[in-house]
Design a protein around this ligand. Structure first.
Ligand code: SAH
Ligand code: DHB
Ligand code: MG
Length: 223
């Protein structure tokens, strides 16, 4: 199979999973449409990944969720939909404009009562936090991932899940590979994965995410 065919196959498979298990309703498609119109970077999770994250939150019975990196609230909607009646989600976002749009998207999805979008540098916001979470999703600046891991562990209990987006980054995490020179993010993400793998408090692996570009999500369970 040629590289071109492989690229098309990955993208067709991702679309197949999305339309079979993660069809876009009004709230999800409008969230993306309004985000695009407002000029936000198109770096939200895929529908297939959203469904996977929602399912992980459901399987773990998560009631309290922390998200680091809101953007337009697309991933927030998937995670918040996994919550029971009395569940809640805190999402941290540096950019005030993004946060405002995210709140509107979350409102349209009927999830405002469960979701609290907080504006500021996640490192500063996290330093002030003391509550415990059942699931933490790390998806902000890649340089911050090692620090976010420390906070996620501090704010977790035994059995909590820690998820981290983009931990393959087109292969940029593979040291010395032809993909590695492409992006400096690879260095931080590799450090993050190595920290996770070496941490005896965590049981973890990476789920590959096969889109036009190969990526992955690190999934950890706190022992
Ligand atoms: N989770 C979103 C995508 C997040 S993109 C989704 O899948 O739909 C990464 C986000 O992290 C951006 O909105 C960016 O503004 C935010 N971000 C970057 N650095 C940050 C920081 N230091 N603190 C908080 N948010 C940050
Ligand atoms: C990119 C993708 C992401 O999901 C993200 O959080 C940051 C950057 C990217 O493809 O550049
Ligand atoms: Mg991401």
């Amino acid at each position: 199979m040629t590289q071109d065919n492989l690229g098309r196959l990955l993208s067709d498979v991702d679309d197949y999973i999305a339309r079979t298990f993660s069809p876009q309703d009004e709230a999800l498609s409008s969230a993306l449409e309004d985000s695009r119109r407002a000029g936000l970077p198109e770096i939200h999770i895929s529908p297939a990944q959203g469904r996977l994250m929602q399912l992980l939150a459901e399987i773990s019975g998560s009631r309290r969720v922390l998200e680091i990196g809101t953007l337009g609230g697309y991933s927030t909607i998937y995670l918040a939909r996994a919550l029971p009646e009395n569940g809640s989600l805190v999402s941290l976002e540096l950019d005030e404009e993004y946060a405002r749009l995210a709140r509107a998207n979350i409102e349209r999805a009927g999830l405002s009562e469960k979701v609290d979008v907080r504006v500021g540098d996640a490192r500063a916001l996290l330093s002030e936090m003391r509550e415990t979470f059942d699931l933490v999703f790390i998806d902000a600046d890649k340089e911050g991932y090692p620090a976010y891991l420390d906070h996620a562990l501090r704010l977790s209990r035994s059995g909590s899940l820690i998820l981290a987006d983009n931990t393959i980054f087109g292969g940029a995490v593979i040291e010395g590979s032809e993909y590695a020179d492409a992006e400096e993010e690879g260095v931080y993400l590799r450090e993050f994965n190595d920290l996770v793998a070496a941490d005896e408090r965590l049981s973890a692996t990476i789920i590959p995410l096969l889109r036009e570009r190969v990526d992955g999500m690190t999934v950890c369970r706190v022992r």
